[in-house]
Design a protein around this ligand. Structure first.
Ligand SMILES: Cc1cc2nc3c(=O)[nH]c(=O)nc-3n(C[C@H](O)[C@H](O)[C@H](O)COP(=O)(O)OP(=O)(O)OC[C@H]3O[C@@H](n4cnc5c(N)ncnc54)[C@H](O)[C@@H]3O)c2cc1C
Length: 497
């Protein structure tokens, strides 16, 4: 395989949504000189048009591409995001925040939560978020990017403006964009893809094909029949209505995820508008009911009629198959509760760049790409399921289903470990760290039965001082920041406002 004949000289990206343009920008900027890159997209088909909340790993991608934060934010009408507020997930009326920050201070033997648990038992600790700068910053609406202490943050941004921003970048680096509908995917004798035939009759040949055609998965599934692992028994939501509204108030620095009768509603504040949507399970709520429920629960004038999107949660059995790599929705879908899809796109792009098959596709590289992608998706899947499983809600059929459902063994182990010992852990390549697991486990109402014995080496007065000093520092740090709104005005104001 590793000879001149098999060299990858031309890459064809099918699809121009967020996944297509991120891939295009990444490949042209980082490998462009040695490679011809072509992107095909169809304006008639359009993009999924959602996907506006991100997580901090976005910085890695932007750094690689030399994208300046204030520039991309102004161009995409973006606001800052310090975490997600989960409302009504544990019980109706109770809220918690999963922030991007680190909780308190760990010691060599155990995590901060062990000190906090004892503090709670003694009545000298307050809520866990008081020991985290990002958490308090989100609650108090304060934010800044400073040279000395960068808050762990992500963005809320306009998905279509982001695709346009990346398109400009990719075009500067030599991408060739072709507008047209793919009508046929042609294959070599060995089943690998040889060319895309457009409705116009144009034939686009290539060596490596990136499937960014969204849920259609035109290449990886419709052509290569790669197979799909269905996770909908664990994550039963299969539909969403999405709508944008005019802004009615200054944007908060967090995404809102509000649990509803048969799913949940998102509110994503941009500088000049709000992205809204209701994710729901069609077994427990009809499309018409969901649409009305969303309309009843948005603030501000709707900018268009709510749009219905149907999806299935799960993952492609291989993300790289023959000479086709699936990136974005074509590779699988985890519902947007923790805003992880764009992260997975950038992970796949970076992984592909690291394993780029310039001298021919190697079976071991393909296997490794698929193995790592699967591990990442499995871990995120478990983290999302936790929000549903660890509910105390029994008020609707949907929540009773979630509370009673079986869950992956990997997740039940984590939940049991935390309940019994207060321990959490992070695998080497896992996205969500200990602080993330803790905030959601505690936010959903799980409390450990015991804390690590090392905590008892600290007298109560010392424990009190320890907790107080962290809390005090967090409070002082946050009080020095301007408001989120003020900071945006000075740092990255959008021309749309
Ligand atoms: C309800 C919902 C909410 C979401 N929220 C978030 C979020 O908050 N955060 C997050 O990170 N992610 C979120 N996502 C995921 C995010 O929207 C996607 O990961 C992201 O938009 C990438 O989509 P894509 O580019 O893979 O597909 P698409 O946007 O669907 O793009 C597909 C492209 O393929 C082209 N195409 C398809 N068929 C053909 C054809 N025959 N010929 C030519 N071109 C073709 C289309 O024209 C289009 O350009 C959400 C997803 C859903 C469904």
């Amino acid at each position: 395989m590793n000879n001149k004949q098999n060299r990858i000289k031309k890459v064809v990206i099918a699809g121009g949504g967020t996944a297509g343009w991120m891939t295009a920008a990444g490949l042209t900027k980082l490998l462009g000189k040695n490679l011809e890159v072509v992107l095909v997209e169809s304006d008639d088909i359009g993009t999924v048009g959602v996907g506006e909340a991100t997580i901090p790993t976005m910085h890695i991608f932007h750094r690689l591409l030399n994208i300046k934060e204030s520039e991309v934010m102004a161009a995409t009408n973006a606001t800052f995001k310090l975490g997600i507020q989960f409302e009504n997930w544990k019980t109706q009326g109770e809220n918690y925040i999963h922030s991007f920050g680190f909780l308190g201070k760990d010691c060599w033997a155990c995590g901060f939560q062990h000190f906090w648990v004892k503090g709670k038992q003694k009545g000298i600790a307050s809520e866990i978020g008081d020991y985290c700068v990002e958490h308090l910053g989100a609650r108090q609406g304060r934010f800044a990017v400073t040279p000395n202490q960068d808050l762990n943050h992500a963005y809320h941004m306009d998905a279509s403006l982001y695709a346009k921003f990346l398109r400009r970048l990719a075009e500067q680096h030599g991408i060739k964009r072709i507008e047209g509908k793919i009508s046929e995917v042609q294959q070599h004798m060995d089943g690998s893809i040889s060319a895309l035939l457009l409705e116009s009759g144009e034939l686009i040949e290539g060596d490596l094909f990136i499937d960014c055609t969204g849920f259609r998965a035109l290449l990886i599934e419709q052509t290569l029949n790669t197979g799909f692992e269905d996770w909908s028994h664990w994550l039963p939501c299969d539909s969403a209505y999405a709508v944008q509204t005019k802004t009615t108030q200054e944007p908060v620095a967090y995404t809102r995820a509000i649990a509803r009768d048969a799913g949940w509603q998102w509110k994503i504040p941009l500088q000049s508008r709000v992205g809204n949507g209701l994710v729901f399970c069609s077994k427990f709520m009809t499309d018409a009911e969901a649409k009305q429920r969303l309309i009843d629960n948005v603030e501000g004038e709707m900018l268009f009629e709510p749009r219905l999107i149907k999806f299935k949660t799960g993952t492609r059995r291989q993300h790289w198959n023959k000479n086709c790599v699936a990136i974005g929705l074509s590779s699988g879908f985890l519902e947007p509760l923790e805003s992880t899809s764009i992260h997975l796109i950038q992970r796949s792009i970076i992984r592909l760049l690291q394993a780029f098959p310039s001298n021919g596709i190697l079976a071991a590289e393909v296997a490794e790409f698929n193995r790592q992608t699967k591990i990442e998706m499995d871990n995120i899947r478990d983290f999302i399921i936790l929000h549903y499983k660890a509910t105390e809600r029994t008020d609707t059929k949907f929540w009773r289903y979630c509370k009673d459902m079986d869950i992956p063994e990997t997740l039940s182990h984590r939940m049991e470990l935390f309940k019994q010992s207060g321990k959490v852990y992070k695998f080497a390549q896992e996205l969500f760290g200990e602080s993330s697991w803790l905030q959601v486990l505690i936010g959903q109402g799980l409390m450990p039965q015991q804390y690590h014995p090392i905590v008892d080496l600290m007298p109560d007065s010392e424990l009190n001082d320890f907790l107080m000093s962290i809390k005090h520092n967090v409070k002082r740090t946050v009080s020095q920041y301007p408001t989120h709104h003020e900071f945006i005005q000075h740092y990255c104001k959008s021309s749309l406002v």
